[in-house]
Design a protein around this ligand. Structure first.
Ligand SMILES: C[S@@+](CC[C@H](N)C(=O)[O-])C[C@H]1O[C@@H](n2cnc3c(N)ncnc32)[C@H](O)[C@@H]1O
Length: 220
């Protein structure tokens, strides 16, 4: 049985050690580097100084890269502990980073509508209908693109996961999402895919999908 993120990320100890546990190994550092590079590509059409909603922002890992690139970021996370780490980490960015505690499966109560939105590494923790609710929440935060990061389920991915479990890693996807499923989830949330980037073809099934709302035209 995989761990439940709704319990796991509540703890301040888990939140404080979150990035070190995931991104300090060599593969973790490579993943982190590539991840940030792809997020930059996803938002390459957004002018510097624009606002990006980060849901969930977690410890502010991706927000930091967007802030460094000259954007303003508003983060949402369900857990105070994760948000606390993000605030501390991004304190030097002053008012360019703001955040609030929110369940992104519900419409955020006070979040601004931003120029773009990102949603990374979270959907697989929820059953299908809640994945759609989460994506609907994310779509509602952006007036143009949403960049969605998801590791897609495939035969290859299942073998990799089994191997990882075998060497003692904790399973990370409670509700794995196939390529077909993600298309359905996007559609359910009123989004259409306009571009896709693979993080590390062959090694990983992680993709970044750039999506737009059905009523927003693609301008390149
Ligand atoms: C794997 S972390 C990803 C964080 C960040 N996107 C990143 O890639 O570094 C998942 C995050 O989702 C948050 N989360 C879980 N359920 C949520 C919900 N319903 N609404 C908002 N955040 C949620 C957790 O607190 C945790 O910070």
């Amino acid at each position: 049985m995989s761990r439940n993120p709704d319990e796991h990320c509540k703890s301040t100890t888990v939140a404080a050690d979150y990035d070190r546990n995931r991104f300090s190994s060599i593969p973790g550092q490579v993943f982190n580097f590539l991840d940030k590079r792809l997020v930059a590509k996803c938002f390459s059409q957004l002018p510097e100084g624009g606002t990006i909603a980060d849901a969930p922002c977690g410890t502010g890992r991706l927000a930091e890269a967007r802030l460094d690139a000259g954007y303003r970021v508003h983060g949402f996370d369900i857990f105070q502990a994760m948000r606390g780490v993000a605030r501390q980490r991004l304190a030097s960015h002053g008012g360019n980073f703001t955040c609030e505690v929110a369940d992104s499966k519900e419409r955020p109560p006070s979040g601004p509508v931003c120029d773009g939105a990102e949603c990374a590494r979270v959907l697989m923790h929820f059953p299908p209908e809640q994945q759609v609710q989460f994506l609907t929440g994310v779509a509602g935060l952006s007036r143009s693109v949403a960049a969605i990061n998801q590791s897609l389920d495939s035969g290859y991915q299942r073998v990799r996961r089994r191997l990882k479990r075998w060497v003692g890693n904790q399973p990370s996807a409670r509700f794995p999402i196939t390529d077909e499923n993600i298309k359905l989830r996007l559609k359910g949330a009123g989004l259409r895919e306009v571009r896709r980037y693979r993080l590390l073809p062959v090694m990983s099934e992680a993709v970044y999908i750039v999506a737009r709302k059905f009523d927003v035209p693609d301008r390149g």
